[in-house]
Write a protein that binds this ligand. Structure first.
Ligand code: ZN
Length: 81
């Protein structure tokens, strides 16, 4: 599975594994003015992983803000199976 993909809705998404859980999650880079509740980074093997940020939580060094694409996508049902 390629990390970078284009969703049916046209958005560029990145597949990251959740921590904990290790489940694939479609993530977008928040647009200006959008919030993101995910912290995304590469793990030691170079794989993209993400974790849920707690309310008011801060990013750790090397992490970037991400946003679950489920929140925005008109095709969100397709991801859940
Ligand atoms: Zn989409």
């Amino acid at each position: 599975m390629s990390e970078r993909a284009v969703c049916k809705c046209g958005a560029v998404i990145w597949w990251a594994r959740t921590i904990p859980g290790g489940r694939p999650m479609p993530v977008t880079v928040p647009a200006e003015g959008q919030s993101g509740s995910l912290a995304v980074r590469r793990d030691g093997s170079g794989s993209l992983v993400c974790r849920q940020l707690k309310a008011g939580g801060e990013l750790e060094p090397g992490e970037h803000t991400g946003r679950a694409h489920w929140a925005d996508c008109p095709h969100a049902g397709d991801f859940r199976g």
